[in-house]
Design a protein around this ligand. Structure first.
Ligand code: B12
Ligand code: SF4
Length: 440
């Protein structure tokens, strides 16, 4: 059979849609189907949008996040419903919604059910995929299935684990992958890394160091095989383990993306993050000592955050010399505790999924208006990713940081230009019956 898997375009440009990094889910599924003898093509619309009028396939599989769901449904409508299957985080959180556009929807991990869905032996409309217990049984993702991927090779995504033992209120990871931390053996990961002659790796695990023992085993093998130049996502906790940190540095960790989330102690508590501001400061110090660069990730807009919190966060990032930052606007992703809470309080003023990308306010914050939250985050971002900061890094010969500041500068400008008049905020807000207009 011919199977086409599609990852819809980002609803609005973000740094990742520019970096051309397709999600691994569809690639895992495509690889399994290819190994079963099917003809598989994968399209990531941010990389290459196919001509849908000429696209012929027996099955069209669409992978949706919340922010790409609307585009995913539009793609689905281009094909007869009996050919379409949908999966991904958003479909897993709201399967009934996705089922309006597909013959079948998969909730959760689909590797063990995809072949049965394609050959027709699994017929349920909503198919529940079990968490894969032995991740070593999965094939290594075959990136050559992605069409038009001219940039493949610059950064290769590698997934070494699934699940996260924590359960932060704003995050949908545990809903989707559970709190049981499952991981591949170090040998299995090394085999994949060695098979790719790439310059750099992105370990896309939510929490690369959740089980320090297994991370150590992997790092030791990486050192042995001289695999270097990589990025991973961690919590602050990682920096408390000096031995682990030393191994990360010796194994060539370039950048850690750290979920700092907030410098407001009350917000950290509300997010149930199980870390405090001292943990953040100590983590920054420890990573810096080992010469590992830091991408600090913050989420703004909790019920304890006001305008000052946003600017304090920016000042903190500059004072602590965090290399790059991400300032997400708190988003009530369906399926999270936070979404339930806000829904009950009737504070969500739009369910336009395009806006659920962490770059738009979709609910009424408590201590500031939606508009204030939106504008101040945009302005703080623009200050961090400014041209003057870019030039000052450039003259100090810090080329990598300068490059990221420049990419950030362009994205923030584009985003501000597009949202300048904030039509969407007005429109979304006014169309909500539950919201009084005085709050804008
Ligand atoms: C890595 C990552 C990224 C990378 C992805 C690139 C890469 N090369 O890996 C980058 C950095 C680019 C990224 C960007 C963003 N991300 Co992200 N990302 C992740 C992360 C941490 C891992 C993704 C992953 O590899 N998962 C493992 C694979 C195996 O799982 P999967 O892709 O979901 O696929 C499985 C199932 O979903 C299903 N499935 C998937 N597709 C399909 C299709 C069909 C047909 C079927 C049947 C089944 C099926 O089967 C797959 C195999 O089991 C997830 C968290 C997570 N654990 O998933 C967040 C996550 C997906 N990201 C999220 C967000 C919000 C974003 C951004 C919007 C952030 C932003 N503003 O920049 C952007 C959106 C990008 C875009 N396209 O617009 C949220 C999504 C929440 C939601 N409900 O939508 C998540 C869940 C994180 C979170 N904390 O909540 N992300
Ligand atoms: S935010 Fe990070 S630590 Fe918290 S549940 Fe999500 S993946 Fe785990």
């Amino acid at each position: 059979m011919k199977i086409v898997l599609i990852e819809p375009a980002a609803s609005e440009a973000n740094v990742y849609s520019k970096l051309h990094m397709p999600l691994l889910g569809p690639i895992y599924l495509g690889t399994i189907l290819k190994n079963k003898g099917h003809k598989v093509e994968i399209y990531n619309e941010d990389i290459h949008r196919p001509d849908y009028s000429k696209l012929n396939a027996d099955i069209i599989g669409i992978s949706i996040l919340t922010s790409t769901a609307k585009r995913g449904y539009d793609i689905a409508k281009k094909f007869p419903k009996e050919k379409v299957i949908i999966g991904g985080v958003h479909a897993s959180l709201l399967p009934d919604e996705a089922l309006q556009f597909a013959r079948q929807v998969v909730v959760g991990e689909a590797e063990e059910v995809i072949a049965g869905i394609v050959d027709g032996s699994i017929k349920d409309a909503i198919v529940y995929g079990e968490p894969i217990q032995n991740l070593d049984n999965l094939p290594h993702p075959d990136f050559s299935l992605i069409k038009g991927n001219r940039f493949s090779g610059l950064i290769t995504s590698v997934s070494t684990s699934r699940g996260c033992p924590f359960d932060c209120t704003f995050c949908s990871v545990t809903k989707m992958f559970g709190r049981e931390y499952r991981f591949r053996s170090a040998e299995n990961v090394i085999e994949e890394l060695l098979s790719r002659r790439r310059s750099s790796f992105f370990f896309c695990d939510d929490n690369f160091t959740a089980n320090p023992q297994r991370t150590r085993a992997l790092l030791e093998l990486m050192i042995k095989h001289k695999i270097r130049n990589w990025t991973c996502q961690v919590r602050c906790d990682a920096a408390k383990d000096d031995e682990l940190l030393s191994l990360m540095a010796r194994a060539g960790c370039n950048v850690v993306c750290v979920g700092f989330e907030s410098i407001n102690p009350e917000t950290l508590q509300a997010y149930q993050k199980r870390q405090n501001v001292d943990d953040i400061i100590n983590a920054i110090r420890s990573f810096r000592k080992k010469r590992i660069k830091i991408h600090g990730m913050f989420v703004l807009g909790s019920d304890n955050d006001n305008e000052k919190t946003i600017w304090d966060t920016l000042r903190f990032a500059i004072k602590q010399k965090i290399d790059t930052i991400q300032m997400m606007i708190l988003t009530p992703v369906p399926g999270t505790k936070f979404h339930e809470e806000l829904k009950q309080q009737k504070r969500i003023f739009t369910h336009d999924w395009n806006l659920y990308d962490g770059q738009h306010v979709v609910f009424n914050p408590k201590l500031l208006s939606a508009k204030q939250l939106q504008l101040n985050v945009a302005r703080a971002y623009a200050k961090f990713y400014s041209l003057s900061k870019f030039f000052s890094l450039l003259v100090r010969l810090r080329f990598r940081n300068a490059m990221f500041r420049f990419i950030g500068y362009r994205i923030v400008r584009e985003w501000i230009r597009r949202n300048h008049s904030m039509h969407w905020l007005r429109r979304a807000y006014l169309s909500s019956p539950s919201v009084s207009q005085n709050n804008t």
